[in-house]
Write a protein that binds this ligand. Structure first.
Ligand code: UDP
Length: 320
């Protein structure tokens, strides 16, 4: 197959590109590098089956030759990023999705949308099955991401129903692993960077809010299976093991021997109280479930950051 991946230099896009290459496919990667990093794909450029263009996918996308798949992974994806890049977040979810769908239609390619658990907002149903419609504040600061992704899902289904494009939608829950940015502001990367620097872990609010963390290799396996399946309805892919943020901080302290403890910070606006995927659909349709335990995945991620002092030092202070 020959596939195009938007956001190819991002955390998930780079892992996904790697997976398609490992399966013997050809990958065309696009990324405007506003939150992605060329560093994530340097190793992939050695393959003659990988090509990369620095490009903003909210503009018309021209690609020569045939494509079997278009996978739309471009978007700022951490709360800190989409608060700092609200218009770009809205544009890539709306205009970017439209352009990527248009390309898939023109090439008769299968399309996969990277959607998110954020479509469920601050959920009133727990855990969240795909049939839950969500509880999103459209005018709050997170609304730019949540509504862009909800629009992207609606647009994907419209192209599917009206134009007959062969589409897939994955709803991705919190994911962590190597190649997260040190200062993208998400809880796992924040805690690891803080622990490696011997600084206190910043727990927002009272730390009783929950998330369910999936290691990146498990997530990519689920997405790869969904792409190759026949399922056109949205499918949750994530790890159903739920932890409070306080519990996550305790595990991090245990794994790193951090002495500095935790430091409380205010809870961000509209921060969801709970989040846990119901993965019955993924189990049934894809025969998929996560296999990496939190402690093992965290150790691999800590190793990545420890072996990359450049990543730790690279970015500006002040986020997160
Ligand atoms: N969080 C925290 N400390 C941090 C970063 C985040 O306590 O340094 C909390 C945040 O308020 C949220 C959870 O951790 O409740 C997950 O936040 P993240 O930004 O990773 O992703 P989200 O699931 O909110 O999109």
């Amino acid at each position: 197959m020959r596939v195009l991946i938007t956001g190819a230099a991002g955390f998930l896009g780079s892992h996904l590109s790697e997976r398609f290459l490992a399966e013997g496919h050809e990958v065309v990667g696009l990324d405007n590098l506003i939150t992605g990093s060329a560093d994530n794909i340097t190793h992939l450029l050695r393959s003659d089956r990988f090509t990369f263009y620095q490009y903003d996918v909210t503009e018309f996308i021209y690609v020569a030759g045939e494509l079997d798949g278009v996978l739309h992974f471009a978007s700022p994806a951490s709360p800190v990023d989409y608060l700092q890049l609200p218009i770009q977040t809205l544009k890539v979810g709306s205009l970017g999705t439209h352009k990527a769908l248009g390309l898939a239609k023109a090439k008769s390619a299968r399309f996969l949308l990277a959607s998110t658990s954020e479509v469920y907002g601050d959920p009133a149903v727990h855990p969240q099955p795909e049939t839950y419609w969500g509880n999103v504040n459209p005018v709050g600061p997170r609304g730019v991401y949540d509504e862009a992704k909800r629009f992207a899902e609606a647009m994907t289904m419209a192209y599917h129903r009206y134009h007959g494009v062969d589409t897939r939608i994955v709803r991705i829950f919190n994911t962590y692993g190597p190649r997260m940015r040190a200062r993208d502001g998400r809880v796992v990367s924040n805690f690891i960077v803080q622990a490696l620097r011997g600084e206190p872990l910043t727990v927002y609010g009272d730390g009783s809010q929950t998330r369910s963390f999936c290691f990146v290799d498990d997530l990519i396996e689920g997405i790869y299976r969904l792409f190759n399946s026949e399922e056109t309805q949205p499918v949750n892919v994530g790890n159903p093991n739920e932890f409070t943020i306080k519990q996550l901080a305790d595990v991090m302290i245990e794994l790193t021997g951090l002495k500095a403890g935790i430091e409380r910070r205010p809870l961000p606006v509209d921060d969801p109280r709970v989040r846990q995927p119901d993965i019955s659909q993924a189990r049934e349709l894809l025969g998929w479930e996560p296999t990496v335990e939190l402690r093992d995945g965290l150790l691999q991620t800590i190793d990545y950051f420890s072996s990359r002092p450049d990543v730790l030092a690279d970015e500006d202070e002040g986020q997160g």
